[in-house]
Design a protein around this ligand. Structure first.
Ligand code: COA
Ligand code: MG
Length: 306
């Protein structure tokens, strides 16, 4: 009986071993813009999304693909995480985009307007059938009403290794377009949908990145939206302009007081008298082992980001 229980337990995926990968600042770069491409290497974004989809006009899709191929030939490796956003597989550009993206060997391919788990599995199967490296992961954009409603089933793919799914990205501009809602400061109107996407991502053990802030000249408004995103549980923000990178990197870095508190919690549980305790008092507050886990995560983040 106990062997049966242990066997079942070992089949369940846990996220304890997943190393932290910073995705605080995730910058879109239109693949058709050679000036912007040339700038990428000098930018401090954690991740860059080379876009073949909405930022590229239909009549320059072929040129954009060519520019991207050349870019990856000239820059075969990078310490920045690199993602390529392709057009939907069902669109007239999708198949060629997918083959071009696969050949570039990015860290991930971002699928736009994902509506069902099948939209992800179809691409995962093409990658599998063409023996694409396991290191090429998939990210999914949640930006349509159907995609939000199916968020739970889509995010569950995070628990299936064959799906390659690592991350959800929110497309706020498409959500507003598809639903007729307005993107106001504080995002009260769409907040329920955003939180639903965050919740789905957490259930699927996926990272989740917030949508863009269109007014790139308004850095105060952008900083406020980053703080809001952090409090909502997002891992980072997608960006449209280099001027937004520094603010996003600072916003999603644990602040000094949380780091001090995390160090104190770890030190307290390290004391011999607390080694077998599940709960202790620290500076007049109750601290449990779940707080110790959270404290260790904060210190791991700081250690990774430096
Ligand atoms: N990535 C890399 N470099 C960028 C960039 C980006 N997303 N956006 C601007 N730059 C570069 C410009 O090429 C320019 O370079 P230079 O100093 O060598 O001339 C510099 O940063 C300053 O740019 P600026 O003049 O302020 O902006 P712009 O008018 O050239 O471009 C946008 C404004 C919004 C068109 C541009 O930022 C952009 O295309 N952003 C991405 C849009 C996108 O991908 N949307 C799809 C997802 S929502
Ligand atoms: Mg979109």
């Amino acid at each position: 009986m106990i062997a049966l229980v242990l066997r079942r337990r070992s089949r369940q995926k846990t996220n304890m071993s997943k190393p932290y990968r910073p995705r605080r600042s995730v910058l879109y770069v239109p693949a058709s813009n050679s000036k912007a491409l040339a700038k990428v290497a000098s930018l401090a974004a954690d991740s860059v999304i080379f876009d073949l989809e909405d930022a590229v006009a239909p009549d320059v899709k072929d040129d954009a693909r060519e520019l991207l191929r050349n870019y990856f030939l000239e820059h075969p490796t990078s310490t920045t995480e690199r993602i390529i956003r392709i057009n939907a597989l069902a669109s007239e550009w999708g198949a060629e985009d997918l083959l071009a993206a696969r050949a570039c060997r990015p860290d991930a391919i971002l699928l736009p307007k994902v509506q069902t788990p099948k939209d992800v599995m179809n691409v995962a199967e093409v990658l599998e059938d063409t023996d694409a490296s396991e290191n090429i992961r998939l990210w999914a954009m949640i930006e349509t009403p159907r995609g939000i409603l199916n968020g739970e089933a889509i995010a569950e793919l995070g628990l299936r290794s064959t799906a390659r799914l690592d991350c959800l990205v929110v497309g706020t501009n498409d959500i507003a377009k598809e639903t007729g809602t307005k993107l106001t400061k504080g995002r009260a109107v769409i907040m329920t949908w955003l939180m639903q996407i965050v919740l789905c991502a957490k259930a699927g053990q996926l990272d989740v990145i917030d949508g863009v802030y269109n007014d790139f000249a308004d850095l105060d408004g952008f900083a406020a939206e980053c703080l809001e995103a952090l409090q909502m549980g997002f891992d980072g923000k997608t960006l449209i302009h280099p001027s937004q990178i520094e603010t996003a990197n600072a916003a999603f870095l644990p602040d000094a007081s949380s780091v001090t508190e995390a160090r104190a919690i770890v030190a307290a549980f390290d004391r011999p008298e607390n080694s077998d305790k599940g709960v202790i008092a620290l500076s007049g507050k109750m601290v449990e082992r779940l707080h110790l886990d959270a404290a260790r995560k904060i210190l791991a983040k700081i250690g990774t980001i430096g």
